[in-house]
Design a protein around this ligand. Structure first.
Ligand SMILES: O=C(O)CCC(=O)C(=O)O
Ligand SMILES: [Fe+2]
Length: 354
């Protein structure tokens, strides 16, 4: 069994939207936990390791080719805030799980930087050059880092490629957008030509700043600095199938959540589900839950990255926490609204097809 990845997910969701049926390969219809577990055991051969490359098998797929090459003219919205505006210095990551002890969470990510409160020329002129979220001038200073980031995300244009532009997933209907750092390279290889069209030498300013902060906070080492950011936009009720982020990336991921809270579930991967049972029954262990609050940061790595699937139940408008929720008490109802997530990862160099 191998892991899901961005392009794979697009292919899978397109297939499933055609079939109008969702039947996971490991399906056990009697068990809601297993029926939510989506893995890719049966057709891993067609799996690509990332959203940039196209495997020969994927290329001969019956599905129409994905339009990865169309994103040559991205209109990335400008970011007018001063450096440091998105400071993550307040991140207080805590390990929230004993087994696997590789899930960490910080309920607050952004530090309200002191310069944000000053009426310095730089800050004020930067603010006045963007659409105010609040109407009055004096409220400009009240724009929080998360509000500013939300505004920037909302301005990213839509497009078919999903690279530097929002693409609507055909099955889940959520929108996704990917930014990748990589040096363009001249080559005659078709897949590498795609890479050269899609890669850029840096992330857009707010994502670059956040990536730098994640390094400064020790969440990523300089040598595994995030070079890949996947944005997800969820309407109320939307989710993401259980998946792993895959071997194309260094096995650590940091996800910043904005807007609505939601509950993420971690489930042991398929082969483990058959052996890890609760002591009192033959049923697989219930999923571990993490409440993702607005402006929080979730980091998971190693075992949680490699041996567990993570997902957000789909077609659910409110989550109920269980006693397997790692960061809040059981029996809480979490109403889902509109939500953004920004997932930072380090894509391994070999997977950038340089
Ligand atoms: O939206 C989230 O919090 C999770 C996103 C995710 O798992 C992914 O994009 O791989
Ligand atoms: Fe993921």
């Amino acid at each position: 069994m191998e892991a899901i990845d961005f392009k794979k997910l697009l292919l899978e969701e397109r297939k499933k939207s055609k079939k109008r049926s969702v039947k996971p390969p490991c399906n056990n219809d009697d068990d809601p936990n297993q029926s939510r577990l989506y893995t890719h055991q049966q057709d891993d051969d067609a799996t690509t390791n990332d959203g940039l490359s196209t495997s020969p098998k994927a290329a001969v797929s019956a599905d129409p080719p994905l339009s990865w090459q169309q994103s040559t003219k991205r209109k990335i919205p400008t970011w007018s805030y001063p450096p440091g505006f998105l400071s993550l210095k307040a991140v207080a990551l805590k390990i929230i799980c004993d087994d696997p002890p590789t899930i960490s969470y910080s309920s607050t990510s952004f530090l309200h930087h002191p310069s944000n409160d000053q009426s310095s020329g730089t800050t004020q002129s930067a603010r006045s050059s963007i659409d105010p979220i609040n109407n009055s001038k004096s409220n400009e200073k009240q724009v929080s880092p998360s509000q500013a980031l939300e505004t920037w995300l909302a301005r990213i244009p839509s497009g078919d490629s999903g690279i530097g532009e929002w693409k609507t997933m055909s099955f889940g209907k959520r929108r996704v957008c990917m930014f990748v750092v990589g040096e363009p390279q001249e080559t005659t290889s078709p897949s590498a030509q795609r890479t050269s069209l899609q890669s850029s030498s840096s992330l857009p300013p707010p994502l670059e700043e956040l990536a730098q902060e994640l390094v400064e906070q020790g969440i990523f080492a300089p040598e595994t600095r995030p070079n890949h950011v996947l944005l997800n936009e969820y309407q109320p009720g939307q989710g993401i199938m259980p998946h792993t982020d895959g071997p194309a990336y260094y096995s650590r991921t940091a996800t910043l959540s904005l807007c609505s809270p939601v509950v993420m579930e971690f489930t042991p991967r398929q082969q483990q589900q058959q052996t890890i049972m609760t002591e009192t029954s033959n049923k697989p262990m219930p999923p571990l839950q993490v409440l993702l609050e607005p402006s929080s940061l979730l980091v998971f790595q190693d075992d949680a990255y490699l041996e567990y699937c993570h997902g957000i139940p789909m077609d659910v408008w409110q989550d109920t926490t269980t006693d397997h929720c790692l960061n809040t008490s059981a029996n809480q109802t979490i109403h889902r609204g509109f939500r953004y997530s920004l997932t930072f990862r380090h894509k391994k160099e070999t997977c950038l097809e340089r």
